[in-house]
Design a binder for this molecule. Structure first.
Ligand SMILES: Cc1ncc(COP(=O)(O)O)c(C=O)c1O
Length: 342
């Protein structure tokens, strides 16, 4: 069986495994105070072209979102998010369980706009009972979105300006950041560019070549305060944090992270082109590693003898939309096999 249902189905890039084995018997201090984590942080600072950022590496995406959001917000504050956003739909209420409301805005192809944020803030501020309401204090977006789409620099700039106008923090979930930065539908292509356009964001590792791990970059000084205490209180400070540090030290070296993500996006584009040529309809116009394809159920059954996909949405009684993902480890040979059967 060749699996295309997600991008976390393989282990880790061999360079990471090699480094873990090479350093296995070294003794280092715990809780991410080791030379590998320090080195990874330095590399991230260089790539962001910023000295005064804080970086914290945690082990998973849901964990990162709940730690980052709960650390930034006061008990009566909430976070604005697209109705399709990961924290709204796919985290089993993890954010709400920390006591913070997720305030939803209707998505457009997975994205939200500065206008929709502005409308929500005006409605809130003009409500006679606004003091009885949860204060919107943060905007959450992901890059790429749940639909594989990306924000352009101009869209992000406008969102960030609106956030500043209304005193909102902008937080970007980058579980698939590498794939987003390598996509052709955006001119945000580097860590430096994304770090100029938000208050904090994270660099996803789990889906982009690491065994596990996500690196949070905090740009806004207000959000840096006591952050490690919140990581600890939420049970997320790994004693063997060095395992996270090593992985990002390797990924951030010599463009590895970006190269392996580009490879996945290139293969997804090869697949997209062929789907288009064969007359398949796509649910979203995605230029990232996730493609959403509408397939006739009879054909799907036949394909499923050899391949796995993530069932995304029932279109009608005859057709289903599936998500097909490439990853840092996908081979061209397997993509060609799929293309042939399609
Ligand atoms: C955008 C986004 N954020 C967060 C997560 C959660 O990551 P995890 O499954 O590691 O908790 C995912 C996982 O699919 C995701 O796609």
């Amino acid at each position: 069986m060749i699996r295309f249902d997600s991008d976390y189905l393989e282990g880790a890039h061999p360079k990471i495994l090699k480094k873990i084995v090479e350093t296995n018997y070294e003794q280092t201090p715990g809780y991410s105070d080791d030379i590998y984590t320090h080195s990874a942080i330095l590399k991230i600072k260089k790539l962001c072209k910023k000295d005064n950022i804080d970086v914290h590496i945690l082990s998973g995406g849901t964990q990162m979102n709940l730690v980052a959001i709960s650390s930034a917000l006061k008990p009566y504050q909430g976070v604005i998010c697209a109705d399709t956003g990961h924290i709204n739909v796919h985290e089993a209420g993890a954010i709400e369980a920390t006591g913070h409301k997720v305030i939803i805005i209707k998505n457009e192809n997975g994205k939200i706009t500065n206008k929709s944020i502005e409308e929500l803030m005006k409605d809130y501020l003009n409500d006679g009972a606004y003091e009885h309401m949860v204060i919107p204090k943060m905007v959450f977006i992901s890059f790429p979105t749940e639909c594989g789409t990306n924000y352009t620099k101009n869209e992000l700039q406008r969102i960030y300006e609106t956030c500043k106008k209304y005193g909102l923090y902008l937080y970007i979930d980058g579980a698939r950041l590498g794939y987003g930065l390598m996509s052709k539908d955006t001119d945000v292509n580097t860590l430096e560019e994304i770090s100029n356009l938000c208050d904090m964001f994270y660099i996803g590792g789990t889906k982009c070549g690491a065994l596990f791990g996500e690196a949070l970059v905090i740009i806004n000084d207000e959000l840096k305060i006591d952050f490690r205490h919140n990581i600890k209180q939420r049970g997320s400070l790994l004693a063997k944090g060095r395992m996270l540090g090593i992985q990002f030290d390797v990924l951030m070296d010599n463009n590895l992270y970006f190269n392996i993500c580009k490879q996945a996006v290139d293969l997804a584009m090869k697949l997209k082109k062929s789907l288009f040529n064969k007359g398949y309809k796509l649910l979203y116009d995605s230029y990232s590693n996730q493609q959403f394809v509408i397939i006739n159920n009879v054909k799907l059954k036949e394909l499923e003898k050899e391949f796995t996909f993530f069932k995304w949405k029932i279109i009608d009684e005859n057709n289903t939309a599936v998500r097909i993902c490439t990853s840092w480890a996908t081979t061209e040979e397997n993509v060609d096999k799929l293309i042939q059967k399609l």
